[in-house]
Write a protein that binds this ligand. Structure first.
Ligand code: COA
Length: 694
């Protein structure tokens, strides 16, 4: 195996989460110390394998025999926790290599997070050379409930379940452990990633992909070290991601229009969409989504809401509409099925309102019918606390019905009220039925079921971007040799056209006669003429743009008057000639490409004009991507309806897709590309103006 074989490392993670033998290096008998807490957690959590505390001074800690080095341990060691001060970590790791340890978690701080990059690289190199799966350093450890293993200095108790939480922040993971206990949300794993020197999100997702104890992965991320590696993650299970820290660094570094519209958060959103991750913006929503995604997938789109309060029902209806979810709409059928579950003044329109007077039995009956009927694909139960009905009794009835129906479809609950409702929520969560106090969070979590359904039905594309064409490469090399950092318009056109970007008829002329001949020959009229000069940035300010030229005579006159004006307004500029471009009509779009520091080249699409200037309505994809992603990318902009035959203006969407794919061929060779505008009409998409920065 090669030293850095990720598959071996991922296999070795099995020994980290399911070890038979553990060494805790730096175990201490002093209760205030991290090494004591970890050993104590391992013992108290009922880990069934062999535990070896490693301490140079003690012979026994917490009743367990100690060894002074891993090398003295009489049996094999699968996994070692390292909690010794930073200067000793490397030598302990080398001992682990000698002992053939498969995985480690380095708790110790004092590495790259305080600038000690070389020290971190040293331990990463040892791990790579020996295929050791190394978590951390600077982590609080992890908990894995299926093997009763708490290898952390966090809280002792974690309820078992099927969610794997991967957190970049240790403190946050610790606090979430407490929060999930309070909410009674069960976890399969809580992993603190620390500095991610070796094992990061990709490796853990790919490990949990094949772990039958994990049904959903929930990630808290602040940033990614290697975006391009992250983009190769194989997603097999639902992954919910909460990402904080949306810095503007990427946007500031970029010079072009596309650059100013990117900004790393937009690129992260693109990356998550492209990979098929479900993004959440609050912890409650993220947990709601994770819990819902542990339930069976809905067989169709029709959602039914059962409530005892009109207000909460209306709020849920609003949220369903906001999130694009479909409510079951069959009034006659609903009346026939649900009338018997409520008093006369109840409502059988979806939401089914069993009314404030509707007690436990009303809920039981309504839930039973909803679960039994195939027409109902997903169920939302809402409850407002009343003095008449005990929420805990409602919870018990719903849980019984759900279990009796063999949990056959997704169910989400919202309970609004006081302490009794809180207990009811805990009871639901304990029984793996997601329940919260907020309708919005419930419905947004529920929506993730459909998002995942959509993601998992996507056809996996094998994406290969063809090499840059020789012609485009030649143009770029020529400009580089001249010492310029950007291509002029005609050069940008040549390069992009070679890649497959479609241009309106265009030409470059140095004399009035040549301009007239080019336009005549290709029947280019009406034509836009623009001055070509490396010294002029704002062409119209110096009289360097003339539109709507309709004949050879107009062309000659336009050339001469432009030259005269520009020479007068910009006497020091070297004038190379004029760019000629056929004027085309249609919808104005913008396509661009720039480089993100983490993810590399990313392509942008948006509608032009105010959509891009004011609303910044653009979407991105990380290179490389295929036809499916390009199509989804177009569908992500808010103004997408404009491209769907708005006011009879039919546009050729396939040609936009082609442009987005074509621009990728140049992505690794230049810094930024702007096609602004890309005019789209029924015949195709035409790059009316183009700019490339090297
Ligand atoms: N082999 C075996 N035992 C060793 C050892 C070695 N090479 N080097 C040290 N030890 C023992 C020490 O003797 C001590 O045991 P003792 O209490 O019986 O004397 C124990 O390991 C711990 O070493 P100590 O020097 O007391 O360090 P410490 O406990 O104060 O700190 C860390 C060690 C790792 C906890 C500390 O360096 C650290 O990094 N703390 C931050 C951890 C953190 O916050 N992580 C991120 C969370 S998000």
């Amino acid at each position: 195996m090669s030293p850095e074989s990720p598959s071996v490392k991922i296999q070795n993670l099995k020994k980290v989460f399911n070890p038979e033998t553990i060494a805790i290096v730096g175990a201490s008998s002093e209760p205030g110390k991290v090494g004591f807490q970890i050993l104590n957690n391992v013992i108290q959590n009922g880990f069934k394998g062999k535990i070896y505390p490693i301490n140079k001074k003690s012979t026994e800690i917490l009743g367990v025999k100690c060894f002074s080095s891993v090398l003295d341990v009489p049996t094999d060691i699968d996994f070692a926790v390292i909690a010794v001060p930073a200067p000793f970590v490397e030598s302990v790791l080398k001992d682990c290599v000698k002992k053939n340890v498969k995985g480690t978690v380095v708790i110790t701080s004092g590495f790259s997070e305080v600038g000690k990059v070389a020290e971190e690289k040293a331990i990463k190199d040892i791990a790579d050379q020996n295929n050791i799966a190394l978590l951390g350093p600077n982590t609080f450890g992890f908990v894995y409930t299926p093997s009763n293993l708490n290898a952390s200095f966090g809280p002792q108790e974690v309820a078992s379940g099927s969610i794997a939480l991967i957190s970049q922040s240790g403190a946050l993971a610790i606090s979430l452990m407490g929060w999930t206990m309070m909410q009674k949300i069960g976890m399969a794993a809580v992993v603190s990633l620390g500095n991610k020197a070796d094992i990061g999100e990709k490796e853990l997702i790919e490990y949990f992909n094949d772990d039958p104890n994990v049904s959903v992965i929930l990630i808290y991320m602040e940033g990614i070290k290697d975006g391009r590696k992250f983009m190769t993650t194989n997603i097999k299970k639902p992954v919910v991601i909460l990402k904080s820290g949306s810095s503007q660094r990427g946007a500031q570094a970029a010079a072009s229009h596309t650059g100013s519209l990117s900004g790393s958060d937009k690129i992260y959103t693109a990356a998550f969409n492209q990979l098929g991750l479900i993004r959440s913006n609050t912890f409650t929503k993220a947990f709601c989504a994770a819990c819902v995604l542990s339930l069976p997938a809905p067989k169709g789109e029709d959602v039914l809401i059962i409530t005892n309060g009109g207000g909460i029902g209306v709020s849920a209806t609003d949220e369903c509409e906001n999130f694009g979810m479909k409510l079951l709409d069959d009034p006659q059928w609903l009346e026939a099925k649900f009338r018997e579950t409520m008093p006369d003044f109840g409502s059988t329109k979806n939401p089914i309102d069993v009314t404030g007077g509707g007690g436990c039995e009303s809920y039981r009956k309504a839930v039973r019918i909803a679960l039994a009927e195939d027409k109902v694909h997903a169920l939302v139960v809402l409850y407002c606390e009343t003095a008449i009905t005990d929420p805990v009794e409602v919870a018990k009835a719903v849980i019984e019905e759900y279990n009796a129906a063999k949990r056959n479809k997704p169910l989400m609950v919202t309970m609004m009220g006081g302490d009794r409702s809180r207990h009811a929520i805990q009871l639901f969560n304990e029984n793996q039925i997601p329940a919260v106090t907020e309708v919005r969070e419930a419905i947004s979590g529920f929506k993730s079921l459909y998002t995942w359904k959509d993601i998992s039905s996507r056809i996996k594309e094998k994406v290969t971007v063809p090499e840059i064409p020789v012609k485009a490469k030649d143009v770029i090399e020529r400009v580089r040799k001249e010492g310029r950092s950007y291509l002029m318009e005609h050069e940008s056109r040549e390069a992009l056209e070679a890649c497959g970007v479609v241009m309106p008829k265009w030409g470059f002329a140095t004399t009035a006669e040549e301009a007239a001949q080019i336009a005549e020959k290709s029947n280019m009229y009406p034509v836009a003429m623009k001055i070509a000069s490396v010294d002029i940035i704002h062409k119209s300010d110096v009289g360097g743009v003339i539109l709507n030229i309709k004949s050879a005579d107009e062309m000659r006159a336009a050339f001469n008057s432009m030259m005269e004006k520009v020479k007068k307004n910009a006497p020091n500029a070297k004038l190379l000639g004029v760019n000629l471009c056929q004027m085309v009509e249609g919808l104005q779009c913008i396509v661009g490409m720039n480089k993100d520091p983490q993810f590399g080249p990313a392509v942008m699409f948006g509608m032009g004009g105010i959509f891009v200037e004011i609303l910044k309505d653009v979407s991105f994809r990380i290179v490389p991507f295929g036809e499916g992603e390009a199509t989804r990318m177009i569908g992500e902009i808010k103004a997408k309806k404009m491209l769907e035959g708005y006011r009879g203006q039919v546009v050729n969407k396939a040609s936009i897709v082609k442009t987005l794919l074509a621009i990728q061929r140049i992505a690794n060779h230049v810094k930024e590309v702007d096609i602004n505008p890309l005019i789209v009409n029924k015949d195709g998409a035409f790059a009316v103006d183009a700019r490339i920065i090297l």
